[in-house]
Design a protein around this ligand. Structure first.
Ligand code: ADP
Ligand code: MG
Length: 528
């Protein structure tokens, strides 16, 4: 049972901010937010420690927004972050929260980008600065950034900043900020250097530490399986055949994949249903109830919807896509309840292996690497199934050697009964083979990690920029921006490199879509 969480509404934030939160779908605070926001609002210094992905950004951004004096245009808050990516992400989060607040401006300043653009932005008057220490130092030296009116400092990912050797820079920057400021530090880990920094720069800080959710996993076998994306569907079916669970849940990361997989499963005769965000609430409830009652045995779902699942006799969980660290715990924690044993398989494709390590660290658990079911195992289990099925028919229909079927009588006139049985099996098998082959997609002989060049029939002429392509692929192609490789935009067309494992989903997902309002073709480029 999940305990009742604090809602953002209850924090009494500014109306414009609350409206933006509603729109972004932020309803309940996370633990670190629940504990940190009120304390930061009070003006206290804090040291906040919690795992990645627990919403630390909003924990300090929302109080900052409450505290900014909108009428003043000078820099009032500075957020230091270790990398440009994080600085950009924080700025995006701030912009999300200030969507309905025209009078609060923020800017990201980081190395690797033309400093002149940043100087222009700073000149216009910005209240919140998000920057990497090195570039912030640059601006201080050039006198394009003044810190004498700063009333709030955030050190985000302090551990990472120290790892990257920013201690000196942080010291220098903090020495330029007025003494009577509020200082807030967030970090995933605590160590001596961070404690020293906080002793030096934080005043009587409140310590807030959120422990990672512990997993009670002794009863769950956790197994990772390395495979190619193109093998996932078959492997799901093989695992279900092999383990023969009363109930199983297969988790995918996107609705599209849920829809595709459920189609494959149903076509292959499995009794499966699906749940995801596009399915209406009351229907979801109905499906869930039927699953609980055991009316069907396989549920394919996305994380969002599967949150509240509590199902008896759930013996198998398959992570069709590798989950976010946090979700892993939610997903596999559902099996092996009430003293039952459970198995949890996680599919891993190519580079995702590194993610497996962070999941284990986050969840404080061990996932052993397993082998894909072998042909022998699968055929053995299938044979057993066929024998059982046939035996069932024999028993139920009380068949005996006294043959009444006209066709059989006819066949047995000239053939031995064994030969007829064999011929029937041949027919059964050819039927099955035909069924399997239709599913596999266009591209098969590409390795998952190989970089594949795709051709798009839009380019500079259509005012297409790299970010438009990335955005569209991320939205439609089930690929994250960081997985997308080199993008070359030419006059009339563009090339984009993606890892082989995404080729199918990108080609499928982008079909019929538009970029910058223009329809386009997308296909594999001929050669490098
Ligand atoms: P951290 O800094 O702890 O690693 P982030 O602040 O980057 O975590 O948040 C992780 C993700 O969760 C982001 O996509 C963010 O938008 C989202 N998020 C944060 N807080 C909430 C919330 N209360 N409700 C819904 N989504 C949230
Ligand atoms: Mg963070």
């Amino acid at each position: 049972m999940e305990e009742e969480k604090l809602k953002f509404e209850e924090l009494g934030l500014a109306k414009n901010v609350q409206r933006a939160l509603d729109e972004a779908g932020y309803v309940y605070t996370t633990s670190i937010q629940e504990q940190a926001i009120p304390v930061v609002l009070q003006g206290r210094d804090i040291i906040g420690q919690s795992q990645t992905g627990t919403g630390k950004t909003a924990a300090y951004c929302l109080p900052i927004l409450e505290k900014i004096v909108k009428e003043e245009k000078y820099a009032q808050a500075i957020i230091l972050s270790p990398t440009r990516e994080l600085a950009v992400q924080i700025t995006e989060e701030l912009r999300k929260f200030t969507k309905y607040e025209d009078n609060i401006k923020c800017v990201a300043i980081y190395g690797g980008e033309q400093i002149t653009r940043q100087i222009l932005a700073l000149k216009k008057g910005v209240q919140i600065i998000v920057g990497t220490p090195g570039r912030v130092m640059d601006h201080i030296r050039r006198k394009t950034l003044k810190l004498n009116n700063i009333s709030m400092v955030v050190l985000d990912e302090a551990d990472e900043m120290l790892n990257m050797g920013f201690e000196e820079d942080i010291n220098t920057i903090l020495s330029q900020v007025p003494e009577e400021r509020q200082t807030v530090l967030f970090s995933a880990t605590m160590n001596k250097t961070i404690l020293n920094i906080s002793k030096k720069y934080l005043k009587d800080p409140v310590n807030i530490k959120i422990k990672a959710k512990e997993l009670t996993v002794e009863k769950i076998d956790q197994i990772s399986l390395e495979l190619k994306s193109s093998m996932k569907d078959d492997t799901v079916m093989n695992l279900i055949d092999l383990n023969n669970p009363k109930k199983s849940v297969v988790f995918c990361n996107t609705k599209r994949k849920v829809d595709k997989l459920i189609e494959v499963l149903k076509k292959s005769g499995y009794n499966a249903e699906c749940l995801h965000g596009d399915i209406k609430q009351d229907q979801r409830q109905r499906i869930m109830n039927r699953f609980k009652k055991g009316e069907f045995g396989i549920l394919v779902a996305t994380d969002v919807v599967a949150r509240g699942i509590d199902v008896d006799e759930l013996e198998l969980v398959i992570n069709y896509d590798i989950p976010q660290e946090e979700y892993y715990v939610h997903r596999i924690g559902r099996t092996g309840r009430n003293g039952n044993c459970g198995k949890a398989y996680t599919f891993v494709v190519g580079k995702e292996k590194s993610k497996l390590f962070s999941i284990q660290k986050y969840a404080n658990t061990k996932i052993v690497s397993g082998k894909l079911p072998s042909m022998q195992e699968i055929s053995a289990i299938k044979n057993k199934q066929i024998v059982q099925d046939i035996q069932k028919v024999i028993d139920e229909k009380q068949l005996n050697a006294n043959i009444k079927n006209d066709i059989l009588v006819e066949l047995l006139k000239n053939n031995d009964v064994n030969v007829v049985a064999q011929a029937l099996f041949e027919m059964l098998n050819t039927k099955k083979d035909n069924k399997v082959n239709v599913e596999n997609n266009v591209v098969n002989n590409i390795s998952d990690t190989e970089s594949v060049r795709l051709f798009l029939s839009v380019g500079k002429k259509d005012h297409v920029m790299a970010k438009d392509i990335v955005g569209s692929m991320a939205a439609n192609g089930s690929i994250s921006g960081s997985e997308i490789g080199k993008i070359s935009i030419l006059d009339k067309f563009s090339f984009v490199e993606v890892p082989g494992c995404y080729v199918n989903s990108v080609l499928d997902g982008m079909k019929g879509k538009q970029i910058k309002g223009k329809k386009f073709n997308i296909e594999m480029a001929n050669s490098k």
